[in-house]
Design a protein around this ligand. Structure first.
Ligand code: ZN
Length: 441
């Protein structure tokens, strides 16, 4: 399929519900930064896209970090001495502090205190806690459950293992006409959390699915990695080829019903920053574009000074700005099919810009060419409809001097890229425009 058909693809995609269903399937898996949960998740993705699973051994040095031991878990609970489970990992995998070392024994209630985490202000929610880089163990429970732990002793079991193994990540590579790449990255390390983690995985997977069907100018690389250590590992292993990355975006939190937020790359005005901002300005009424800061998700690594890649972060409500963040309330009800669909559409529109932008030369630059003679003007002067199209023709003719890209023109004319692009196509058809050599931005 030609990329110019992307608008038709967009008009007919109703993927939101499929994305939500896909998340429902991934939801119960207990993921972490390493272990079977990530592998199982990646295997599910392989049902949809040609994903390769890569394994990096524990102990591998990756810049200033070391790939950690592999963590796996079978079961965990707190039970009364009569054997009744009062906190049960099998009911919700958030109940165990992620990366907990194995524990088994009878504990005095008072000795459990430092190992129990709850949210007094949200007594029905389970918090999400991790202890990746410090050996520890613990349980997360609702404040209501905590307040009912009144017996003198409890049986505690965390049937986990922390052993030399691998860090797993997934990669989908879709070659294009050029080896220059667009990088799409999302984290895969959170257990049963929907907006933070699963929404990014789902949208990235379906984006790859759509991109597979399209004739591509750029090559596309989708990476599904554990947060922080995964992007550091990926960058360490791919340092040589990062100079091929022309545009990139980290996807996270793209399923809540809040407004879209786009966080610019460290460069601040990279092409991807401009393309996404342009789409948001013309398609999405309420949105926010914020500057880079060295906090957040894996853009922190892609935009570290040694790389300084043109990679922004696309999300809806920012992490930490919604109370459900990192709690059991970030569940399947919290994410909406419509929000997932809209996120997917915005990204496809941005890709449409990236794929179709070019610099052109006006072949008739001395005074305006006669458009009416070529069937490009409205038949009856004064007709309202078509005015924007006509203005787009004039802008494209005026600024096509080999210097300005179509996105430059769209920004200056304050007109949607697709209208400017359609005008350029019409003018090219009439030989009033030719692509300038080396004209692709
Ligand atoms: Zn998170």
């Amino acid at each position: 399929m030609e990329f110019s058909k992307i608008n038709e693809v967009l008009a007919t995609t109703r993927e939101g519900q499929l994305l939500h269903d896909f998340m429902s399937m991934l939801y119960p898996i207990c993921r972490s930064i390493t272990g079977e949960g990530v592998r199982e998740t990646l295997r599910q993705l392989q049902q949809h896209v040609p994903l390769e699973i890569r394994e990096v051994a524990s102990g591998t040095k990756v810049f200033d970090w070391t790939v950690p031991l592999e963590w796996n878990i079978q079961d965990a609970y707190i039970a009364t001495t009569r054997g009744e489970r009062v906190v049960d990992f099998r009911k919700n995998n958030l109940h165990v502090v992620n990366y907990s070392v194995p524990v088994r024994g009878t504990f005095k209630r008072a000795d459990l205190d430092g190992h129990l985490h709850s949210l007094p202000e949200r007594p029905d929610w389970i918090p999400y806690r991790t202890s990746y880089y410090k050996e520890n163990w613990g349980f997360c429970l609702t404040h209501r459950q905590l307040s009912e732990l009144n017996e003198p002793e409890y049986e505690v079991c965390i049937d986990s293992s922390l052993q030399p193994g691998h860090l797993s990540y997934g990669e989908v590579f879709l070659p294009g006409a050029t080896e220059e790449e667009v990088l799409i990255s999302c984290h895969v390390c959170h257990p049963s959390l929907c907006n933070d983690n699963l929404s990014g995985i789902a949208v990235a997977t379906y984006l790859a699915k759509v991109m597979q069907k399209i004739v591509r100018r750029f090559s596309y690389r989708f990476v599904f990695i554990p947060g922080t250590i995964g992007s550091i590992t990926w960058l360490a292993q791919n340092q040589e080829r990062t100079n091929l990355i022309r545009h990139g975006v980290v996807l996270t939190g793209v399923g809540d019903s809040g407004n879209v937020t786009y966080k610019r790359s460290r460069q601040g005005n990279a092409y991807v920053d401009r393309a996404i901002t342009h789409i948001l300005n013309h398609r999405v009424r309420a949105h926010r574009v914020v500057d880079f800061s060295p906090y957040g998700y894996d853009e922190r690594q892609y935009c570290s000074p040694g790389f300084n890649l043109p990679v922004g972060c696309f999300m809806r409500t920012s992490h930490g700005e919604y109370p459900e963040y990192h709690t059991s309330a970030d569940n399947l009800e919290f994410v909406a099919a419509e929000a997932l669909q809209e996120s997917l559409e915005i990204l496809l529109h941005a890709i449409h810009v990236i794929e179709n932008d070019a610099r052109f030369l006006n072949t008739n630059p001395c005074c305006e060419p006669q458009l009416g003679r070529r069937g490009l003007y409205r038949a009856i002067a004064g007709q309202k409809e078509g005015a924007q199209k006509e203005m787009a023709l004039l802008w494209v003719l005026n600024l096509s001097d080999g210097q300005h890209t179509l996105l430059d023109i769209a920004e200056r004319a304050n007109t949607p890229f697709e209208v400017i692009h359609a005008a350029a196509c019409a003018l090219k058809e009439c030989n009033l425009l030719e692509e300038s050599r080396g004209g692709r931005p």
